[in-house]
Design a binder for this molecule. Sequence first.
Ligand code: C5P
Length: 292
Amino acid sequence: MAQAPLSLSAPAKINLALHVTGRRADGYHLLETLAVFCELGDRLQFHPSAEDEFAVTGRFATGLSADDSNLVLRARDRVRLASGAAPCPPVSILLEKNLPVASGMGGGSSDAAAALRALSRLWDLRLSHPALAVLGADLGADVPMCLSGRPLLARGIGEEISPLEDWPELDVVLVNPGAGVSTPDVFRRLASRENPPLPPMPRHADHGAVCDWLAGTRNDLEEPARAIAPDIGQALDALRAAGAGFARMTGSGATCFGLFPGPRAAARAAAAIRSGHPGWFVEPTRTMGAHA
Ligand code: C5P
């Protein structure tokens, strides 16, 4: 492995809208979701090493198992399996866990996506994006969308992805009130599994059009997640009280996002929410637009 060490970010994912439209025979749910990715995220470093190693640092390191069940190591093993006869020498991986675990921001999936991309490069395997997406889909329904990292619509169980060519950057505040929510538990509690699909996309998606469009959409997982973790309601109330033009839960929760008209408004709101809730994860960030 002659290449230099690699450092990649694993951006937080926000499901701006998530409609559950059905259920497959295997129990997985059919979705329509509009997902965007943030400047904020985890960070991964990959170094050539005498033996395979894995370490986790960062604010949320303690919430995470560093054993073989970790999605990063499962991604590493999947790439090795897909490498054919090509050499895949030992690698030391350092994960800086900046996002809360099991929080609806796709942190584990984004970490896995970063590992797939990094190891294909580090080992010079030249796996195509579609090939990586197939490996990713084996690891989790959200991994293919995290490989894209750009605003997108996803259907199926999340693996049928259409990039959005016209979607603005958005200033957001992310709030996690501390409760880890289990995704299968949330899906299990859904009252209805056959809900209307997303409405047609706006023609020119500026900030105002995005807010108008979002008002006609839902996150169908919000209600069942709130039944498990009532703090989600408090996080949404706090975002609205701090001036969010729009607030909703992302993924299966418990993280909520609020939209703000600019970075200064987002930073002010984050400071206000933090002062009222010092134990919460409260971070202003910006989502990446279609042309970032
Ligand atoms: O694919 P992943 O391991 O991330 O999914 C975790 C769990 O979430 C699944 O085992 C399933 O219970 C639920 N899920 C679902 N439908 C999806 C995605 C996830 O029911 N589209």
